[in-house]
Design a protein around this ligand. Sequence first.
Ligand code: HEC
Length: 99
Amino acid sequence: MKVMASEIEKGAKVEKDDVPVLVAYLVKNHGPLPDGPGKEIVLNICTQCHDLQRVRRQRSSAEGWAEILDTMLNEGAPLSAEDFPVVLRYLARNFRPEG
Ligand code: HEC
């Protein structure tokens, strides 16, 4: 999608009918993070090894996020024991499976 957006900036033609879909997609994937406790931690820590796209496009239950956070800890994420539950709650609330 990054490629697509930059292609559009360069003047690529986008069919009029595609625009709403495209905008919805961009907002969903590049939009700001929802507010709430944990947001700052996510912004500070979860951007150290990959961009936030990685986080935003993920949809998981609390159990799923706990597993992902464990994996991130194993990768070396500097997430303290104190911050872990805050981030977990934030992610589970804002990035849960749809429907
Ligand atoms: C020390 C580096 C590091 C930090 C910090 C980090 N990650 Fe990751 N993350 C990784 C690596 C490496 C992968 C790719 C793992 C793979 O593809 O197997 C990854 C992948 C992911 C994925 C995709 C998982 C999947 O199954 O596709 C998500 C979601 C994710 N990280 C969330 C987070 C969140 C949330 C944080 C902040 C708490 C975070 N990451 C911080 C290293 C890190």
